[in-house]
Design a protein around this ligand. Structure first.
Ligand SMILES: [Ca+2]
Ligand SMILES: [Ca+2]
Length: 216
């Protein structure tokens, strides 16, 4: 999923809690009231679809699925708390903080995905997360091969938690490697600059000596 809305560029998650900061939450509340133009306190599938169509590149069938998933109390509409959760995810994806969001809120993600309330997440249920957080179906296969320890073709609470921690470890390891690479490059640049500076200084010093011995 790609977030296409400029409005969402102005929204941010609170780094401490991983949910929308106060200012962003107020904007989202105003936005919700605008979409809910009848003032019913809930969005129907048409209002929900038009919101996601104007803010993301999600297909109609994915939007239908997401509507069902985010209607947590199965009321047939999306109330503000459900909408708020969805916008938190959109903002996390937009700010490249999707994995951190999943890590912080892994139990909420688990509840979201476990559509049938079986206390486990099937591959099919997991694929919704793939759509939102951009895991391809090959990545989902790989995750299941690795983390479905009990071999039930479903991820239970503990397996899901393990997956989240491992995904975060991989992310942190990659970040560390990138930082080390950057540091190495900076050191190389500094060494090169020092070498050039030394070379120029020596050359200058040589020219100065030459000049001083030259007869007038
Ligand atoms: Ca609902
Ligand atoms: Ca399930």
């Amino acid at each position: 999923m790609k977030v296409m809305s400029k409005l969402l560029n102005h929204l941010h998650l609170d780094p401490k809690y991983g949910v929308l900061n106060v200012q962003s939450a107020q904007v989202v509340y105003e936005l919700f009231k605008l979409i809910d133009f009848r003032g019913t306190g809930a969005l129907d599938d048409i209002q929900f679809t038009s919101f996601l169509q104007s803010t993301t590149n999600l297909s109609q069938s994915h939007i239908e699925k997401i509507f069902y998933i985010f209607d947590l109390d199965r009321s047939g509409s999306v109330e503000f708390d459900e909408f708020y959760l969805l916008v938190c995810i959109l903002v996390a994806v937009n700010n490249n903080e999707a994995k951190q969001f999943m890590y912080r809120h892994w139990s909420t993600c688990f509840e979201l995905l476990d559509e049938d309330g079986s206390k486990s997440v099937s591959k099919k249920e997991f694929e919704t997360l793939g759509v939102l957080f951009n895991f391809g179906s090959r990545a989902v296969d790989k995750i299941f091969a690795e983390f479905d320890v009990s071999g039930t073709r479903e991820m239970n609470y503990n397996e899901f938690k393990l997956f989240m921690f491992a995904a975060m470890d991989t992310e942190m390891e990659m970040e560390k490697q990138q930082q080390e690479k950057k540091k190495k490059k900076e050191t190389n640049n500094t060494t090169q600059l020092k070498y050039i500076a030394d070379y120029l200084n020596k050359k200058r010093a040589k020219n100065k000596t030459k000049k001083s011995v030259q007869p007038i």
